[in-house]
Design a protein around this ligand. Structure first.
Ligand code: ZN
Length: 165
């Protein structure tokens, strides 16, 4: 599958994802600047080789409606790449309250994490610190773009700063 390009608005807000060809054209026409590229990939014409864009920024501000991702079980799984955030297991997944519900932990993006049944049971009514079970990734509120692009944290580390706002 070809690597996608993250498109930032003039004010550095992530607004969409596009193909590398489209991104290259926008840069070529001086409608956007290339902020980052994939180091191991390149775009080729017959005679030349070009950087393969990873992030571009538009020179002109574009108005876009604010869209947010609804908090649901499936969306927490998607954010976490269907992986237990304690041991990395991919089966018997449940939703864990990082700060347990019995201790005032709420249903928020920052307090919910994917956990396999075993880890969830082992953690019980403790915090990750008390249970000595550090999280693989700190839970965060995902942006709409992240879902649009089927973003996985491991593949697009350089996109992260723009998607966790
Ligand atoms: Zn686990």
């Amino acid at each position: 599958m070809e690597a996608k390009v993250l498109v930032l608005n003039q004010d550095y807000q992530a607004i969409s994802v596009c193909s590398p060809q489209r991104a290259f054209t926008l840069c070529y026409l001086q409608k956007a600047e290339m902020l980052d590229h994939y180091p191991h990939l390149s775009l080729r014409s017959i005679s030349r080789q070009y950087n393969y864009p990873s992030i571009i920024r538009l020179y002109t501000y574009v108005k876009v409606p604010y869209r947010k991702v609804s908090l649901s079980r499936i969306n927490v799984f998607r954010r976490d790449g269907y992986e237990c955030q304690y041991c990395g297991a991919r089966t018997n997944l449940t939703i864990d309250h990082v700060l347990p519900r019995s201790r005032g932990g709420r249903d928020t993006w920052e307090n919910l994490a994917t956990a396999c049944h075993d880890c969830n049971t082992r953690k019980g009514n403790k915090t990750p610190g008390e249970a000595c079970m550090p999280l693989l990734h700190e839970p965060f509120r995902p942006s709409f773009i992240m879902f649009l692009s089927n973003f996985t944290p491991r593949l697009h580390d350089n996109w992260r700063p723009y998607l966790m706002m």
